[in-house]
Design a protein around this ligand. Structure first.
Ligand code: FAD
Ligand code: NAD
Ligand code: ISD
Length: 459
C-alpha cells in the first residue's frame, strides 16, 4: 500500500515537471536555428500552428548572424547592433525579430539550457527543470570556443581576457577594447578569430601582437604564399607576429592579466588578451545515443542522425558531401549552417522519395567559406586538396592596396578548390561555378589570364 502511494506521488511529481510538447523542437538558437525557422514558416505558408515548433536556446536573444560579432559588431564607429543582424539578413533574406517568431507561431524558449536529452523518451530536460517533449528534434547546438585551460594555461577567466563566440562575449570585448584605447593586446591563435579580431583591434587603435604555434597564420588552410600576403598586410597595419610560439602562462594581478608569458620566457605586456584557439562541436548531450564522426554528430545526406526522429545541422553535423565523392565532413562555417538547416527542414516536411534518394552519395553541397578584414575580402569554394597554383599580384603594398589574386587547388587535372581575394560578385560566382562543375585547370587558367591575372611566382 505504502509503495503504491509513493509510486503515485512520484508520478504526480513527474507530471508536474512535465512541460510543453512540440511536434518539432530546434535545440540551439544560432544561425542554423534561424534559417530552419524561416524554412518552416515558408513550407507552412507563413507560419506554424501554436505548439508545433519551438527553439530552445541558452542565449537570451533570438537567432542572429554570428559572423557579424567579429566584424561589424566590433567597429569603433557605426557598429552593428541587434535587431539589425538577426538571421536571416546575412543571406539577404528576412530579418527575423522576436516579434517575427510570435507572428509565425514559433515559440522561442530563450536563456534556457538543455542539460540532458533522452532520445528513447523523446524528451529534453532544461536547466529550469522543465521536460520538453518533441516529435522530431533538430540539433543545432553549434560549437563552443576552446579554452586556454584545455592547453594547460590558467587564468583565462580574467576581466580583460576575451573569447568570441556569443553576443555576451562580444559585449565583453567591446567594453574591454574601450578601456584599452592606445594600449597593447595579445592575440593568442592565428586562425579565423585571431585574424578577424586583430583587424578589429587595430581599427580600435590598440597595438596587436599575435602569437601562435604554427609557421604561418591559418596554417591548415592558407598556402605559404597566401599567408605571406595577409601577414605582410597586417604588419603594414602595425600588427606584430610571433610565430612558432606558445603562451604558457598569463601573469595576473587583481583579476586582470598584465602579460602573457611565452615558453621561451619572453614576456608580452598586455592590457587585454583575445583568445581564438579553436572550437569544439557541442555534441556531448548525445554521446552514447547518436553515432558520432569528425567530432560531431554523424548525419546522412538529409541531415538525419542514427535516430530517425533526430536531425543535426550546422557546426555540429558531419555529413557526406556528394561533390567530394561522399566523404564525410564537418564544416564550422555560416553558409553550411544556413544550407544544412534548410535541407533538414525540407527533408522533414517532404519525406524522402526512396527511389530518388537511391544512389545519392550525400548532400549536394559546395563548401564555401569567407572572411572580411580591413578592406580585404576573400572567398573559398571546394576542397583544398592537390597542388596549389597561384595567379595574380601577391604584393601587399602599404596595406592600402586593392589586392586581387586567385589560388586554384588542382587534383587530377581538375580544379578541386579555389580561393579568391578581392573578387567582384560576378568573379566570385564564376569561381564557385568552375569548382562546382570540376572545370579543367586549363579552362580556368585561360579565363584568369584573359582577366590579366598572370601566374604568380611560386614560393
Ligand atoms: P551557432 O550559431 O553557434 O548556434 C548554436 C546555438 O546553440 C547557440 O545559440 C548556443 O548558445 C546554443 N546552444 C548550444 N548548446 C545548447 C544547449 N545545451 N541548450 C541550449 N542552447 C544551446 N563563418 C563564416 O563562414 N564566415 C564568417 O565570417 C564567420 N565569422 C564568424 C565570426 C565569429 C565571431 C564566430 C564565432 C563564428 C563565425 N563563423 C563564420 C562561423 C559561423 O558563425 C558558424 O559556422 C555558425 O554560427 C554555425 O551555426 P550553428 O547554428 O551551427 O551554431
Ligand atoms: P581556428 O581553428 O580557425 O584557429 C585556431 C588557431 O589557434 C590556429 O591558428 C592554431 O594554430 C591556434 N592554436 C591552437 N592551439 C593553440 C595554443 N595552445 N596556443 C596558441 N594558439 C593555438 O579557430 P578559431 O580562430 O578559434 O575559430 C573558432 C571558430 O569560429 C571556428 O569554428 C571558426 O570556423 C569560426 N570562425 C569562422 C570565421 C570565418 O569563417 N570567417 C570567422 C571567425 C570564427
Ligand atoms: O554573413 C554575415 C556576415 O559576414 C556578417 O557580418 O552576416 C553578417 C552581416 O552581413 C549581417 O548584418
Amino acid at each position: 500500500m505504502v509503495s503504491r502511494v509513493s509510486q503515485r506521488q512520484t508520478e504526480i511529481e513527474k507530471d508536474s515537471q512535465m512541460g510543453r510538447a512540440f511536434a518539432y523542437v530546434i535545440l540551439g538558437g544560432g544561425v542554423a536555428a534561424g534559417y530552419a525557422a524561416l524554412e518552416f514558416a515558408r513550407h507552412r505558408d507563413g507560419g506554424v500552428s501554436p505548439g508545433e515548433l519551438c527553439i530552445i536556446s541558452d542565449e537570451a536573444v533570438a537567432p542572429y548572424e554570428r559572423p557579424a560579432l567579429s566584424k561589424g559588431y566590433l567597429l569603433p564607429r557605426g557598429a552593428a547592433r541587434l535587431p539589425g543582424f538577426h538571421t536571416c539578413v546575412g543571406a539577404n533574406d528576412e530579418l527575423l525579430t522576436e516579434q517575427w517568431y510570435k507572428d509565425h507561431g514559433i515559440e522561442l524558449v530563450l536563456a534556457t539550457r538543455v542539460v540532458s536529452a533522452d532520445l528513447q523518451q523523446k524528451t529534453l530536460l532544461t536547466n529550469t527543470g522543465e521536460t520538453i517533449s518533441y516529435g522530431t528534434l533538430i540539433v543545432a547546438t553549434g560549437a563552443r570556443a576552446s579554452k586556454l585551460e584545455e592547453f594547460g594555461v590558467t587564468g583565462s577567466d580574467a576581466a580583460n581576457v576575451c573569447y568570441l563566440r556569443s553576443l555576451k562575449d562580444a559585449d565583453k570585448m567591446v567594453g574591454v577594447m574601450r578601456s584599452c584605447h592606445g594600449g597593447n593586446a595579445v592575440v593568442i591563435g592565428g586562425g579565423y578569430i585571431g585574424m578577424e579580431c586583430a583587424a578589429a583591434l587595430v581599427a580600435n587603435e590598440i597595438k596587436v601582437t599575435m602569437v601562435f604555434p604554427g609557421k604561418r597564420c591559418m596554417d591548415r588552410f592558407f598556402t605559404p604564399k597566401i599567408a605571406e600576403f595577409y601577414e605582410k598586410y597586417y604588419a603594414a597595419k602595425g600588427v606584430t607576429f610571433i610565430k612558432g610560439a606558445r603562451v604558457t602562462s598569463l601573469e595576473a594581478s587583481d583579476g586582470r592579466v598584465a602579460a602573457a608569458i611565452l615558453r621561451d620566457g619572453r614576456r608580452l605586456p598586455a592590457d587585454m588578451v583575445v583568445v581564438g584557439v579553436g572550437a569544439r562541436a557541442n555534441a556531448g548531450l548525445f554521446d552514447g545515443q547518436l553515432a558520432m564522426e569528425k567530432g560531431g554528430i554523424r548525419v546522412n545526406g538529409r541531415m538525419q542522425t542514427s535516430d530517425y526522429a533526430v536531425y543535426a545541422v550546422g557546426d555540429v553535423a558531419a555529413f557526406p558531401v556528394a561533390l567530394l565523392g561522399g566523404q564525410v565532413r564537418r564544416f564550422e562555417h555560416v553558409d553550411c549552417a544556413r544550407r544544412t538547416a534548410r535541407r533538414a527542414v525540407a527533408a522533414i516536411l517532404e519525406p524522402a522519395d526512396g527511389a530518388a534518394e537511391q544512389g545519392k552519395k550525400g548532400y549536394d553541397y559546395l563548401p564555401f567559406f569567407y572572411s572580411r578584414v580591413f578592406g580585404l575580402s576573400w572567398q573559398f569554394y571546394g576542397d583544398n586538396v592537390g597542388e596549389a597554383v597561384h595567379f595574380g599580384d601577391f604584393s601587399p603594398g602599404s596595406g592600402h592596396a586593392t589586392a586581387k589574386f586567385v589560388v586554384l587547388w588542382v587534383s587530377g587535372g581538375r580544379v578541386s578548390g579555389a580561393f579568391i581575394e578581392g573578387g567582384s560578385r560576378e568573379e566570385n560566382e564564376e569561381t564557385a561555378g568552375a569548382v562546382r562543375r570540376g572545370a579543367s585547370v586549363a579552362e580556368v587558367a585561360a579565363e584568369l589570364l584573359s582577366r590579366g591575372l598572370a601566374f604568380a611566382d611560386q614560393e
